[in-house]
Design a protein around this ligand. Structure first.
Ligand code: NAD
Ligand code: MG
Length: 383
């Protein structure tokens, strides 16, 4: 029985993770659950999974939640510090980090420093502090296993292979809802259009990132640290059907790919059961339905965010933290409909150009760069 903490349990990945747990009675025990502010759903989850404790980061308006959880026999904690605390809780095997944004970084670091395994959906952790996080994991014997479907695919292709055998990593990208939309039209893209992803149902932030292709940029940076492969060897290939989740080309020219229907429960389950596999009843691939798979190069002129992510990774230091924080603020503003879709890359670009460069990204510098970029973007938006 693997004992789990699920951070961000009320989100898209969190709910899918709990679905995987329910699919395998006796395989997992949920010890902790944590969420930002959805007390109702957290309570429902506590009723179903009987964790030892739950954390709600934002204190609820009504004060009777503590009593209600207590009646279930569940300890009720609030605040960001409590969330980081449970990420290193005793009697635990795997921490699922399904938090969105750089807010997930402290919990990842804490769990890895405790020598735990982190099943990581929170790609922002590796974008803002990839070098720090991976070196801390090595130092304290912590393990990172990806949940992101592309990285799960690469991980699966690399089982039994050495890093020296890798020629390149090929991250596939659906291309998002605007693959065929003219760039001249980007200023007119509405929020509703940007939230309609062709292949995946996900949280709002990552759905917008998928529309700008910033998501793929963040994934390039995530791959760089997760697999310790230099940026020149990480390629992006647009594949609209999202059936091939990514590929590895080896030095002898052989290519391995991982395929499956787009369903996040599969990479989540693999991260939780690795190195084993467990049978399930999730939908299966039907090759009659998928007679054709298409591929094309990404358009970096049209999808500027992907180019900016490559540039930030090449620059290194605190640049990726600035890229990420500026993007988070710009996306939030777009979600509130205070800026246009085409302003997102402009704001990220401006932040990257204006930030004070720091080659060495320790925790304090990363936090400072993150804070600076958020203030900068908010100021630009206010005008
Ligand atoms: P979501 O918005 O649906 O859920 C986010 C979760 O994080 C919620 O439970 C929320 O309560 C919690 N949260 C938000 N802010 C927080 C904070 N400050 N402190 C603590 N908790 C906070 O997002 P999602 O789609 O589930 O994505 C989660 C992460 O997984 C993101 O990093 C995303 O890039 C990554 N990811 C998601 C998918 C997907 O299919 N949804 C696929 C690959 C990777
Ligand atoms: Mg992905």
């Amino acid at each position: 029985m693997k004992r789990l903490a699920i951070l961000g349990s009320t989100g898209s990945i969190g709910v899918n993770s709990l679905n995987v747990v329910e699919t395998h009675p006796g395989a997992f025990e949920v010890v902790y659950l944590a969420a930002h502010s959805n007390a109702e759903l957290l309570y429902e989850q506590a009723q179903r999974f009987h964790p030892r404790a739950v954390v709600l980061v934002q204190s609820p308006v009504s004060s009777d939640w503590s009593e209600r959880f207590k009646k279930l026999g569940v300890e009720f904690l609030t605040g960001a510090a409590a969330l980081v605390e449970i990420a290193a809780g005793a009697d635990m095997d795997v921490v699922v980090n399904a938090i969105v944004g750089a807010a997930g970084l402290p919990a990842t670091l804490r769990a890895l420093r405790q020598g735990l395994t982190v099943a990581l959906a929170n790609k922002e952790t590796l974008v803002v502090a990839g070098e720090l996080v991976t070196s801390e994991a090595r130092r304290h014997g912590g393990t990172l296993i990806p949940i992101d479907s592309e990285h799960s695919a690469l991980w699966q292709c690399l089982v039994g292979e050495s890093r020296q055998s890798i020629e390149k990593l090929i991250l596939t990208a659906s291309g998002g809802p605007f693959r065929q939309r003219a760039k001249a039209d980007f200023a007119r893209i509405t929020l509703a259009e940007a939230l309609r992803h062709p292949n995946w149902t996900m949280g709002r932030k990552i759905t917008i990132d998928s529309a700008t292709l910033m998501n793929k940029g963040l994934e390039v940076i995530e791959a760089r640290w997760l697999f310790d492969v230099p940026v020149e060897r990480i390629h992006v290939l647009v594949h609209p059907q999202s059936i091939i989740h990514s590929m590895v080309e080896f030095v002898d020219g052989s290519i391995k790919a991982q395929l499956g229907v787009p369903d996040m429960r599969l990479p989540i389950q693999y991260a939780l059961t690795y190195p084993e596999r467990l049978p399930n009843q999730f939908p299966r691939m039907n090759f009659q339905q998928w007679r054709q798979l298409d591929f094309q190069e990404p358009d970096l002129e049209k999808f500027v965010c992907l180019r900016l992510a490559y540039e930030a990774l090449r620059e290194g230091g605190t640049a990726p933290a600035v890229l990420n924080a500026a993007n988070e603020e710009a996306v939030h503003a777009f979600l509130r409909e205070t800026i246009r879709f085409d302003q997102i890359p402009h704001l990220v670009d401006a932040a990257l150009q204006r930030h004070e460069r720091h080659g060495h990204a320790d925790f304090e510098r990363v936090l400072a760069a993150d804070g600076w970029a958020r203030d900068f973007v908010k100021q630009q938006i206010r005008g």
